[in-house]
Design a protein around this ligand. Sequence first.
Ligand code: HPA
Ligand code: ZN
Length: 349
Amino acid sequence: MSPLATTDLTPAFLRGLPKAELHLHIEGSLEPELMFELAQRNKVTLPFATVEAVRAAYAFSNLQDFLDIYYQGAQVLLTEQDFHDLALAYFRRLHADGGVYAEIFFDPQTHTDRGVSFATVIEGLRAGMATAEREFNIRSKLILCFLRHLSEAAALETLEAAKPWVDRLAGVGLDSSEQGFPPSKFTQAFAEAGRLGLKRVAHAGEEGPPAYVVEALDLLHVDRIDHGNRALEDEALTARLVRSEMTLTVCPLSNLKLCGVPNLAVHPLKRMLELGLKATVNSDDPAYFGGYLLENYQAVVDALGLTRAEVLTLARNSFTGAFLTPQEKATYLEAIEAYSIANPCLTPL
Ligand code: HPA
Ligand code: ZN
């Protein structure tokens, strides 16, 4: 890598580049400060004394370590106002990072299993999304995730509860503990989501084997793969993902924090781009993994020496892989081209 190759990829350039975020768990954007504020507001007792103690607990060696704390943190979310405040705090950060569009995951079962109604969760989030559109001109859509450590019957019940809001959902997803909970477990729930006209995505190949990515494609008929890192272990699968132009929502700092990679210099993102995979950069659970969208871009630029062309490809992929109309995508892609022309590379390569 030439050190000059990335010279113009300054934080300012990366911030100004129009970007979409396609892999963000809204519950994973709960910063410790807001966690304490909501705990106080709702008289919920936290197992931590201070914000610093919460942050100190964010040392994970795998996905399950993280999920245990993530589900615990979500317990402070009780009212529509809480969900509004959570979403708005995320969009404020996204705006600061130059994000202009987001498709955000939410985990209704994490809340309905504690007695918080589906209506409270979705109306609160939608209120936050509406405020963000007004204040920041950020557009967004919701993706309802099923928790894969729970049963398919529970997923189908969740989908039933979502029916009054189905036209306000972009799609369904599959998250939580991956190993031992293959996509095949949710074939019926995803078929029903398809019948309802919803898009489908699934976490696959984050910790789980390439076979889980194949199942997500063949049995869940997904429109995107969330993560997909381990797909690279299977050459035929990789070729299939390239051929079908399947978008992968990659989360570099998440992979680092959950020990999917020992350091970012060996992260597969650059290889994905070189292979022609439609990779995107996303933050996953930014309050827990040490960075929002821009920090993820900056981290991979620094660690992998991404070129300006590669960074532009990542930004383009974030819109071409989004659940938008061709016209909407074209408008965002034109904005990227205009930005690139207005900010030419000044460093001779
Ligand atoms: N992986 C799987 N499930 C999740 C995650 C994640 O990073 N965050 C929230 N649910
Ligand atoms: Zn995720």
